[in-house]
Design a protein around this ligand. Structure first.
Ligand code: UT7
Length: 345
């Protein structure tokens, strides 16, 4: 592992941890996604709050978002994505060694969604748990899967990002309510040939930035404060600056570790938080937008589901082929961030 550079957030310097994959390599063998049928447009939101399609489109790139009907569980979305991922990888639930679910919007404190999915899928051989790293959860899940496969402690790992964030929105707060959407994405991670699959990682957290994106009582936390309905709040412009900067630094780190130049990235799949964040970072990385997966216009920000939703769409549209260098990169509340460089198998 290398702590190559020190990265300065608003709260101070933090090390950037990056490392090459060691041991047995792993890669993504299949993917599945699911989004609720109901689509809410910017024009629909104009009727609910003081906003406009023009503002939302120009400031975020979002035109619609999928929103779950009341009573829909995160479990339902996650299970549908999980089944599709197993089909796509050509394995059964019985083959699974681990189920990891990244979510910031579980249906309750416990049991975990991962254990509920284990039951739904009937995957008796899997160890299952949820991971909370907000919008970075899916990348942390992939990194965990890669580590277990590298050390030969697992062969088939199901990694899921699933959210019903609409439960946590206050439709009188136009600063956040227009941004988020619901959805789920899943990937089956399996051993890959030497030199393929995940080549390198950059993972990090800076807890001193915990106030920048929160849900529920900022100091006590929602449970301790007996908050009946925790609501997402964020310091948008600060997060925006952090996001552009960390996207660029992570791209640099994982490319260095993998020994490839940033120009050799065939597809960048960023967390879909804001089109302007992606565009600003892509320009500074030197990547034309035709090498960036962007579907924020349809889904909005779906937190842990955004990277798998964008990656699966890119695969489905034939934008990813064997041997391509694919960069996945996320950031989110915590603060947290994570990226990986994959040679597609
Ligand atoms: O994945 C989780 C991490 N979160 C993020 O990545 C979010 C990163 N930040 C952002 O994407 C942007 O900061 C936002 C989209 C959240 C906000 O865009 P902005 O360009 O930074 O706007 P702002 O917060 O600086 O607000 C500018 C103006 C304000 O009005 P005044 O004070 O200038 O009169 C806001 O009240 O825009 C106003 N505004 C809106 N107007 C119409 C904020 N939200 C809206 C809205 N419709 N929905």
């Amino acid at each position: 592992m290398a702590i190559t550079t020190s990265y300065r957030t608003r709260s101070g310097a933090v090390p950037l941890r990056s490392f090459k994959t060691k041991g047995r390599h792993s890669g993504i063998a299949g993917m599945g996604v699911y989004a609720p049928e109901k689509v809410v447009s910017n024009f629909d939101l104009e009727k609910l709050m003081d906003t406009s399609d023009k503002w939302i489109t120009e400031r975020t790139g979002i035109r619609t978002r999928h929103i779950a009907e009341p009573g829909t569980t995160t479990l339902e979305l996650a299970t549908k994505a999980a089944r599709a991922a197993l089909d796509s990888a050509g394995i059964t639930a019985n083959d699974l060694d681990m189920i990891l679910v990244g979510t910031s919007s579980p249906d309750g404190p416990f049991p975990s969604i991962a254990c509920r999915i284990q039951d739904e899928l009937d995957a008796p051989g899997a160890v299952a748990w949820d991971m909370l790293a907000a919008c970075t959860s899916f990348v942390y899940g992939l990194a965990t899967a890669d580590s277990f496969i590298a050390t030969e402690r697992a062969d088939n790992v199901l990694v899921i990002g699933a959210e019903v964030l609409s439960r946590m929105l206050d439709y009188s707060n136009r600063g956040t309510a227009v941004i988020f959407g619901d959805g789920a994405g899943a990937a089956v991670v399996r051993p890959a040939p030497e030199g393929a699959g995940f080549l390198s990682w950059c993972l990090g957290s800076d807890g001193r930035g915990y106030l920048q994106v929160t849900c529920g009582n900022k100091e006590l936390g929602a449970y301790a404060a007996k908050d009946p309905r925790p609501i997402i709040e964020m310091e948008g412009p600060d997060v925006f600056k952090f996001a552009v900067d960390i996207f660029i630094r992570q791209a640099n780190e994982v490319c260095n570790e993998a020994g490839i130049s940033m120009e050799d990235i065939d597809l960048w799949v960023p967390h879909q938080a804001n089109f302007r964040i992606i565009d600003a970072a892509a320009r500074r990385i030197g990547l034309p937008l035709d090498r960036v997966a962007i579907n924020i216009d349809e889904y909005g920000n779906t937190s842990s589901a955004s990277i798998p939703l964008a990656l699966e769409e890119a695969i489905r549209k034939g934008r990813v082929k064997t041997g391509d260098n694919v960069l996945l990169a996320g950031f989110g509340s915590g603060l947290t961030w994570g990226a990986t460089l994959l040679k597609w198998v």
